[in-house]
Write a protein that binds this ligand. Structure first.
Ligand code: SAH
Length: 240
């Protein structure tokens, strides 16, 4: 109990517990707070990610809770971590970079393909209005749904299904992010992008991929650019 207790005998409130040093209290409540702070400073800020709101969200999101217990020690390390079913939770810097490239606004509706652990969806949900996310592996869809709802990220909807099919009932989206790599960006997803929207995706066969950013202007014209090399889990062919 952190609230002051009313001491009826003396008729005053006792706040003894609040004299605990604040930092001690924070570490007691979240043993990974120091690791997370170091992750943001050494892997993200130092590599040029500057958005104050994004940095605040990365500091606030308990990444370790999205990693299975066996990998939890590595949750804040500078690499992806396996989460089972041939999936990984992306490297922290890549989550930050792709979020910065997508640049979600508070009023945006965002689609993610490849829910995986749910971490990227949790980050997006704190920057956008609503996040829809599709995961092909039923067990991952279920566990991501559970952790997102346990942690109170209420504006995320998880669907188990094939990302190649998009989410027509909820389209169009102001932002679309793929976190599994298709050989080429599916036309269905480009079609579900609103005018003025952005799509960020790793694209390429096998593990040799580039990060692609697509912008659809107010007239529906497409502009495409590359933002460097990446290595994502390949997107599984759907339709089976
Ligand atoms: N964004 C995730 C990282 C996911 S790794 C996170 O923050 O943890 C890529 C995920 O894409 C895997 O979970 C994989 O199962 C999923 N995936 C692969 N092919 C897919 C497809 N066709 N449709 C939807 N999800 C797919």
């Amino acid at each position: 109990m952190l609230e002051g207790r009313h001491d009826s005998r003396r008729g005053r409130v006792s706040h003894a517990i609040l004299v605990l040093p604040l930092t001690g209290l924070l570490f007691w409540a979240d043993p990974y707070a120091a690791d997370r702070e170091r992750m943001v400073r050494e892997q993200i800020e130092s590599r040029g990610i500057r958005g104050a709101e994004l940095l605040r969200v990365l500091r606030a999101t308990p990444r370790h809770l999205f990693v299975p217990i066996a990998g939890r020690r590595m949750a804040y390390d500078d690499h992806p971590v396996p989460i089972g079913y041939e999936a990984t939770i992306s490297q922290p810097y890549i989550v930050a970079l792709m979020t910065e490239l997508l640049a979600p606004r508070k009023t945006d509706r965002v689609l993610e393909i490849g829910t995986g652990s749910g971490y990227q969806a949790a980050v997006l949900s704190q920057l956008a209005q609503q996040v829809y996310t599709i995961e092909i592996v039923p067990e991952l869809a279920k566990s991501a749904q559970r952790i997102l709802s346990d942690l109170g990220y209420r504006n995320v909807t998880v669907r188990q299904g094939d990302g190649y099919k998009g989410w027509p009932e909820q389209a169009p989206f102001d932002g679309i992010m793929l976190t599994a790599a298709p050989p080429e960006i599916p036309q269905t997803l480009i079609g579900e992008l609103a005018n003025g929207g952005r799509l960020v995706a790793p694209v390429g066969a096998g593990w040799d991929q580039e990060l692609v950013v697509i912008e659809k202007d107010a007239n529906g014209r497409i502009r495409r650019r590359s933002a460097g090399g990446v290595a994502f889990v390949p997107m599984r062919p759907g339709g089976r």
